[in-house]
Design a protein around this ligand. Structure first.
Ligand code: PRT
Ligand code: ZN
Length: 226
């Protein structure tokens, strides 16, 4: 059994698109921290709520393992890892607690500019490059389309030009990256934004109360923003 913790631990991205907005949102909830020298851990000063600074991809697993209580992560990452776990028959240990309204993007299918798009059946028999294999596979099954998923960890948008795939499934915000690669978005699998993720089951009493307090302040801060 893990030792009892009486402080709440929140994982956020160390660097990247969600790092600063996540800190700013938590600061607007009245949290303040003292940073450790290695900048991986921030000790909560105003409240017993600490930050762990990590890769976004690690956040769902840290919550599932109970290393962290909460996390700020893209819905795309949370759902990808959730679908992957579900596909492997594991119980879902984390879920979305709140949508946070920043880091908005879409997970889209994009095809070469020159295609006349007639619908998802056009993807049958094609190769689709993505970093989101679980979400894409589930969507293809739902759509009844038999296509091949090609897993790439990055630079997905150049896969069609390299001949690795005919289409891609990737995050899009402005669309500039697609356009620069002669691709066009044709359908959306997921509308994403940063979310507060937490365990699927309740926290113990002490951390549960801290989480409640944080949620109340968060809801107040989010109301003011919108
Ligand atoms: O180092 P670490 O693993 O923590 O970071 P990362 O590089 O995996 O993530 P990061 O910082 O790039 O993104 C973190 C989260 O931001 C994502 O999981 C999304 O939830 C969210 N987000 C919002 C985006 C975008 N918008 C976005 N546009 N993540 C990535 N992109 C990429 C996209 O993949 C494409 O390459 O930006 C490019 C497209 O942008 P446009 O504007 O040209 O369409
Ligand atoms: Zn990442």
């Amino acid at each position: 059994n893990a030792p009892v913790r009486d402080r709440l631990r929140v994982a956020i991205q160390k660097s990247g698109r969600l790092a600063e907005p996540a800190r700013a949102l938590l600061a607007s909830c009245g949290l303040s921290w003292r940073e450790s020298r290695d900048r991986l851990f921030c000790y909560g000063e105003s409240l017993p709520i600490d930050l762990l600074l990590v890769r976004d991809d690690d956040i769902p697993g840290l919550i599932a393992d109970g290393v962290c209580d909460l996390g700020v992560v893209g819905r795309n990452v949370l759902q990808e890892q959730g679908s992957d776990r579900a596909g492997n028959g594991r119980t879902l240990a984390f879920r979305e607690w709140r949508a946070l309204g920043f880091g908005r993007c879409r997970l889209d299918i994009a095809v070469p500019d020159g295609w006349d798009w007639e619908g998802v059946q056009q993807l049958a028999g094609k190769r689709i490059a993505t970093s989101y294999p679980a979400l894409l596979s589930r969507w293809l099954v739902e759509q009844g389309v038999d296509a091949q998923v090609v897993l790439l960890s990055g630079s997905v948008e150049i896969a069609p030009r390299l001949g690795q795939a005919e289409a891609i499934c990737d995050l899009v915000s402005s669309g500039a990256t697609l356009a620069a690669n002669q691709l066009k978005p044709v359908t959306t699998l997921l509308e994403s934004e940063a979310v507060l993720a937490g365990p699927a089951e309740e926290l113990d009493a002490t951390r549960g109360e801290l989480a409640e307090l944080l949620l109340r302040r968060l809801d107040g801060a989010l109301r003011i923003r919108h």
